[in-house]
Design a protein around this ligand. Sequence first.
Ligand SMILES: NC(=O)c1ccc[n+]([C@@H]2O[C@H](COP(=O)([O-])OP(=O)(O)OC[C@H]3O[C@@H](n4cnc5c(N)ncnc54)[C@H](OP(=O)(O)O)[C@@H]3O)[C@@H](O)[C@H]2O)c1
Length: 242
Amino acid sequence: MILIVTGATGGIGSCVVKKAMQSPAVEKIYGMYRKEEKFNHLFAHAENKLVRVRYNAAQSNENLQFLHALREINCETVVCVHTAFCLEPLLRVGTYLPEDIKKNVSVNVVNMVLLVNELIRLHHTKGIRLRIINIDSGAADRPLEGWGLYCASKAYANMFLKTVRLENPQVGIVSYEPGVVDTPMQEKIRQTDSAVCGQTELFRAYFEKGMLRSPETVAADILARFVENWDVRHFKEGYRTE
Ligand SMILES: NC(=O)c1ccc[n+]([C@@H]2O[C@H](COP(=O)([O-])OP(=O)(O)OC[C@H]3O[C@@H](n4cnc5c(N)ncnc54)[C@H](OP(=O)(O)O)[C@@H]3O)[C@@H](O)[C@H]2O)c1
C-alpha cells in the first residue's frame, strides 16, 4: 500500500506520517509538504519508506507536477490522508484582502479538487484500489464569526466528496472529524481577536481546561480505522457521524 499524506509537516499530518512509518501495512509514504526546514527537522531520521514531495498548494502548477507523476505508481492500493488546509483569513467579511481570499480558495478548494480528480483518474485508468480520508471540521456545518472562508471551504470539501462517493461507490471515502486537537492551528485560533472571531474565548477555555485531543491519538485513530483497516459506516466519522 502507498500512503499519500498532504500537510505532512502539520500537527495531525506529521503524526500520521510517523505512525505510518511503523506500520507494516504501509510500503511507501509520499509526504507532501511546503517547508523544507520543517520537514527535515521532523523527519531527520526517516527511512527510505518516506518519499518527499515539496509543493505549495497555493500554486496549483506545483501540485500538478506531482499528481502527474502519480500516474507512474505501481501498487494495488493507494490511501490518501488529506490534512493540508488554510485557516486564514480569520477576519470579518469586508476586511479580507483579495490575495488572502485567493490563497484560501486555492489551497482548500482548487488543490483538493485537483488531488481528488487525479486520484480518481488513477483508480479508473490503473485499476488501483483507492481510499480518501478528508479531515473534517464542525465548521463545515456551523457558521462561525470571522471564519467565513474556512467554514465554507470545509462545507465545499464535504459536498464535493459526497458527490465523488456517489459516482464511485467502490472508492473508500470518509470525512473524519477529529474534535479539537492540540496543533499549530489551535494556537493560531487562540491568538485571534475575540471581537473579530466569536469562538476565540471558547477555544482558549478548551485549552486551559486541558480538553484538546493529542494529534498522536488522532493519528493512531486514523491509521487503525482508515489505513490499516476500513472501519467506516458513514460518510462522516469521528467526533460526529452522518
Ligand atoms: N486542530 C484542530 O482542532 C482541528 C479540528 C478540526 C479539523 N482540523 C483539520 O485538521 C487538518 C490538519 O490541521 P492541523 O490541526 O494539523 O493544523 P496544522 O498543523 O496547521 O496543519 C495544516 C497543514 O496544512 C499545510 N498547509 C497549509 N497551507 C499549505 C500550502 N499552501 N501548501 C502546502 N501545505 C499547506 C500546513 O503546512 P506547514 O506545515 O508548512 O504550515 C500544515 O502542514 C486541517 O484540515 C484542519 O482543518 C483540525
